[in-house]
Design a protein around this ligand. Structure first.
Ligand SMILES: Cc1cc2nc3c(=O)[nH]c(=O)nc-3n(C[C@H](O)[C@H](O)[C@H](O)COP(=O)(O)O)c2cc1C
Length: 196
């Protein structure tokens, strides 16, 4: 039988020491402001896991640039000073409650429900995502067919990840996670279909 006690033992993950092996998986929840700022409600949501004893929290997917990375209206970003400061309040509160917190950085690629900056979407190639937008994320109907991203746009995507990784560090996050699953841009490069 597995020894469940191990779950509650401290251990070291890279540069950080966690109180236990119980973590919160990243969950998109579209509760930021329309400017992509983390809110007090989000602070209390994330802090409640820390108070409840989770050793590690991974945030919802955070957008990485003001071009095609957002996938949802009311998704938070960390692309400018204001957004960074808003996340800092969340991070400080989680730290005060005793947990570590990692920022999940995501580029939505073709699987876009809403983007405050651009109407069109980009992907590795012109492949319409299967399935339909989800109503719980205020989406309706089929996904748009993406344009093939240009080389310049790919450079912008990469620079976006670099920029937000630096901002996550200066906001006090304990680490970053690059979202490479669930049909979003990086996953789109790894599969011969686009499916959510
Ligand atoms: C409401 C909801 C939102 C999610 N948002 C994200 C997300 O932003 N990033 C991510 O990597 N996974 C996301 N996921 C996937 C979860 O992190 C997790 O991998 C998935 O629920 C499977 O976990 P399980 O095997 O414990 O059920 C989401 C899942 C749910 C239910």
């Amino acid at each position: 039988m597995t020894d469940a006690k191990k779950l509650f033992e401290s251990f070291t993950l890279g540069n950080i020491t966690l109180d236990n092996r119980v973590g919160v998986a990243p969950m998109t929840r579209i509760s930021a402001t329309s400017e992509g700022l983390a809110t007090d409600q989000m602070k209390s949501y994330y802090t409640s896991f820390a108070r409840g004893g989770f050793g590690l929290i991974i945030t919802e997917g955070i957008y990485t640039d003001d071009k095609h990375s957002p996938g949802y209206i009311y998704q938070p970003g960390i692309i400018n000073d204001e957004q960074e400061q808003a996340w800092k309040k969340v991070v400080d509160s989680v730290h005060q409650a005793g947990a570590k917190i990692i920022a999940q950085l995501m580029h939505t690629g073709a699987v876009v429900h809403g983007n405050p900056f651009n109407q069109d979407s980009i992907g590795p190639s012109v492949v319409k995502p299967k399935g339909e937008k989800s109503e719980i994320y205020e989406g309706k109907g089929p996904f748009p067919t993406p344009r093939e991203a240009t080389k310049e746009e790919i450079t912008e995507v990469i620079n976006g990840f670099v920029n937000v990784a630096k901002r996550a560090k200066s906001a006090g996050f304990d680490g970053i996670e690059i979202h490479g699953a669930n049909g979003y841009l990086l996953d789109e490069f790894l599969t011969d279909y686009t499916y959510r």
